[in-house]
Design a protein around this ligand. Structure first.
Ligand code: AMP
Length: 297
C-alpha cells in the first residue's frame, strides 16, 4: 500500500496506473478514524475494482466556525493498518494547504431543497464544502466508482445530484449503515461519548424504529404520527436534544405529505458533546433498509 500526501505525487502515481494497464479504480473518501462502516466501503471497492484508492482528509471547508474541526478524532497509524488489511492500494492523505492553497476561490455550491433542509439548515455551508472537496478528489483520483455510506443520506443525495448535474464520469455506490450491536450507527464522533452518553445514544435508532412502526401503521396517511413517534422517543431521553426528525423523499429531501415509498426517516440529535445523525430508508419495493450490525450477515 502506498501512502501519498501531495497532489504532485498522486498525479504522478496515477499516470503509472494507466501505463500499467490498470483497469477500474474504486475510490473511498473518508475523514479518517476508521471504523467497520468505512471498512465495508473499502472491502466492497476491493471486490469490484482492479485498484482501490482511499483518502483521509478532515476537510476544513465542510465544518462550520463553531463545529468540531479542531477536536475531530485522528489516528493515522491505525487507519493505515486497517486500510492495508482491507486491501487498499493507495491512500491519499493531503494537508489542508495542498487542497486549499493560498488564493483558492472556486467552490461547488449545491442549491434547491437538498441544500436547504435538515443538515443543510443546521450546518450552513456544509454541503458546499463536501461538494467542493469530493469533486476535487474525483478530479485527482479519476475513479470509475466511488463508495459512500447510507449513514450520510443527505450527502449521498447531494452528491448524486452533483454527479448528474455536472456530468461527472463516476458511478456512485451506496452501502448500508453499519451499526454497533445495540443499533447505534457507527461514527467517528461516537468517540466523544462517555459511558452514560454512549448508552443514551441508542436514542436515535430507537426513535427511527418507532417512526418506522408508526409509518407502517399509517401508510398512505399523513406523516404526523411517524414524526410524533420519533420526537417522543427523543423527548424521553434526558441526555439527548433533538435537532430534527423528518420524513422525506430520499432523492430530493422534499418533506412527504403522504406516507409512501420510497421514503427516508432522518434524525439528528445532540447527545452530550456529540452531534449524531442517523436514518432508515423505505425502498421502492416497500422494504425497510435499517442498515446492518457489523460482523453479522
Ligand atoms: P466520514 O469519514 O465520516 O466522512 O465518512 C466517510 C464515508 O464513510 C462516508 O461515505 C460515510 O457515509 C461512510 N460512513 C460513515 N459511517 C458509516 C457507517 N456507520 N456505515 C456505513 N458507512 C459509513
Amino acid at each position: 500500500m502506498r501512502v501519498i500526501a501531495t497532489i504532485d505525487e498522486l498525479v504522478g502515481e496515477r499516470a503509472g496506473w494507466a501505463g500499467a494497464g490498470t483497469g477500474a479504480v474504486g475510490f473511498v473518501p473518508t475523514m479518517g478514524y476508521l471504523h467497520a462502516g468505512h471498512l465495508s466501503l473499502a472491502e466492497r471497492a476491493r471486490a469490484e475494482n482492479d485498484m482501490v484508492v482511499a483518502s483521509i482528509f478532515v476537510n476544513p471547508a465542510q465544518f462550520g466556525p463553531n463545529e468540531d474541526l479542531a477536536s475531530y478524532p485522528r489516528d493515522l497509524a491505525r487507519d493505515l493498518e486497517r486500510l492495508e488489511a482491507a486491501g487498499v492500494d493507495v491512500v491519499f492523505t493531503p494537508t489542508p494547504e495542498q487542497m486549499y492553497p493560498a488564493g483558492f476561490s472556486t467552490y461547488v455550491v449545491p442549491e434547491g431543497t437538498l441544500n436547504a433542509r435538515l443538515e443543510a439548515a443546521v450546518r450552513p455551508g456544509h454541503f458546499r464544502g463536501v461538494c467542493t472537496v469530493v469533486l476535487k478528489l474525483f478530479n485527482l483520483v479519476r475513479p470509475a466508482r466511488a463508495y459512500f455510506g447510507q449513514k450520510d443520506a443527505q450527502q449521498v443525495a447531494v452528491l448524486r445530484r452533483m454527479v448528474a448535474d455536472l456530468n461527472v464520469p463516476v458511478e456512485l455506490r451506496v452501502l448500508p449503515t453499519m451499526r454497533e450491536a445495540d443499533g447505534l450507527a457507527m461514527s467517528s464522533r461516537n468517540s466523544y461519548l462517555g459511558p452514560e452518553d454512549r448508552a443514551a445514544a441508542t436514542v436515535l435508532i430507537r426513535a427511527l424504529r418507532a417512526g418506522a412502526a408508526a409509518f407502517d401503521a399509517n401508510r398512505d396517511g399523513p406523516p404526523d404520527a411517524a414524526l410524533a413517534a420519533m420526537r417522543t422517543v427523543v423527548a424521553d431521553e434526558p441526555r439527548a436534544t433533538l435537532d430534527y426528525a423528518d420524513v422525506c423523499d430520499p432523492r430530493t429531501f422534499a418533506p412527504l405529505a403522504t406516507l409512501r415509498s420510497p421514503a427516508l426517516l432522518a434524525i439528528a440529535a445532540r447527545v452530550g458533546p456529540a452531534r449524531l445523525i442517523d436514518n432508515v430508508v423505505l425502498d421502492e419495493s416497500g422494504d425497510w433498509n435499517m442498515g446492518r450490525v457489523a460482523g453479522e450477515n
